[in-house]
Design a protein around this ligand. Structure first.
Ligand code: GLU
Length: 374
């Protein structure tokens, strides 16, 4: 099982508040964090893309604001997050710097992963950060996220980020080492090392939310599993209590693996092909048609005609000169700009529309052939 983490190319690691923040002092557990950073630096040296989802803003901020112990009101937690997020970002930035890794703070709200245009933007920014060798450290923008538009917990947020970024492994570091058939202290409770499908029986095992400082619990982890598996991302729940939590998974310590039936790219492509109604059409010449058949992206140069009104991020149909659909994809320009750059070389995009957009009108990862070609 350890190979699953070893072979992952892009991982999202979620760290709960209870692991990162000392409940007694309200401070970051710097020593533990440095052992995690060692593990992350090793993975990065193997060429793995790493994205962190870190909780802890509320836990770090509440004391500085002099807020009472126990459950906070929503506006109190939002105020605490505003204070604690600064300390959280600083802790990550300093810890990563010891390994000469640049940290990038990214605060997201639900619409950033769920609404397609924002999703594409967030994806592009995170992709750029990864390409530049940085490690994005993500948290919910708690201070402005109102209850209707919240992820609410970082388990699900991390799963949505993993899905958005086509990660192949989501690691939920938790205060429990995995899933049990019943509460671990109950007689007859057994450990579940692997889940291939999240059935109602598996959901029933999650029981009620428990964890102390964070807002998660097993239920939100199972919800995260549904999102991750649906997006072709394997997920592992492992204990983060001990030092070097990722190395421990690699060494085969006990943890629960949730296995995705399809790969991330397959899932993304299926999503594009199946669930989205095209709102526009790009007619392409034979050269572009041939290139698409060879697995290339669609460049503006090969587009002959743009039909329909669409926004960047919408699904469009790609048709050949006879009007037969050959592919579908998420378009990188709105219809007005697409029409203006149709037929142009990518290098001329900026001059024509006044900003430097993507070179591709549909990137290969956002495109799926619908005519049976690959
Ligand atoms: N975003 C919250 C924080 O940073 C944590 C949410 C969670 O624990 O799931 O404090």
């Amino acid at each position: 099982m350890k190979q699953r983490l070893q072979s992952a190319k892009r991982i999202v690691v979620k760290i709960g508040s209870a692991l990162l923040v000392d409940a007694k002092t309200g401070e970051v557990k710097a020593q533990w964090l440095s052992t995690l950073i060692d593990d992350l630096a090793k993975a990065k040296a193997r060429g793995v893309d790493i994205i962190i989802v870190s909780s802890g803003a509320i836990a770090l901020g509440r004391r500085s604001l002099g807020l009472p112990k126990g459950k906070l009101r929503l506006e109190e937690s939002q105020a605490a997050a505003a204070v604690g997020q600064i300390a959280l970002a600083q802790a990550w930035s300093e810890a990563l710097r010891t390994k000469k890794i640049v940290a990038a703070q990214v605060l997201v709200t639900l619409t950033d992963t769920e609404e397609r245009r924002r999703h594409l933007n967030a994806r592009a920014t995170l992709t750029t950060l990864l390409a530049q060798g940085a490690i994005p450290v993500i948290n919910e923008n708690d201070t402005v996220a109102t209850s209707e538009i919240r992820y609410g917990d970082n388990d699900r947020l991390a799963a949505r980020v993993a899905s958005m970024m086509s990660a192949d492994c989501l690691v939920l570091l938790s205060d429990i080492d995995g899933l049990y058939s019943a509460p671990p202290d109950k007689a007859g409770s057994t450990f579940i090392p692997q889940v291939d499908e999240i059935t109602p029986e598996i959901e029933a095992m999650a029981g009620k939310p428990v964890s102390g400082v964070g807002s998660g619990g097993m239920i939100t982890k199972i919800e995260a599993g549904k999102i991750a598996l649906g997006a072709g991302c394997n997920m592992v729940i492992a204990s983060g209590h001990e030092p070097h939590p990722l190395e421990r998974i690699l060494k085969g310590e006990r943890c629960t693996w949730f296995m995705a039936p399809l790969s991330a790219l397959q899932s993304r492509k299926r999503w594009i092909a199946g669930t989205l109604q095209p709102v526009g059409r790009l007619t392409v010449d034979d050269g572009a048609r041939g290139a698409l058949g060879k697995g290339k992206s669609l460049l503006p140069a090969g587009v002959k005609k743009v039909s329909g009104t669409f926004a960047r991020g919408d699904t469009v149909s790609v048709v050949d000169l006879e009007g037969v659909e050959i592919a579908r994809g998420l378009v990188a320009y709105d219809s007005g700009d697409a029409a203006r750059i149709a037929g142009l070389k990518s290098a001329d995009i900026e001059q024509t529309i006044g900003y430097r957009g993507r070179d591709e009108i549909i990137h290969r990862d956002d495109l799926v052939m619908t005519n049976g070609e690959r």
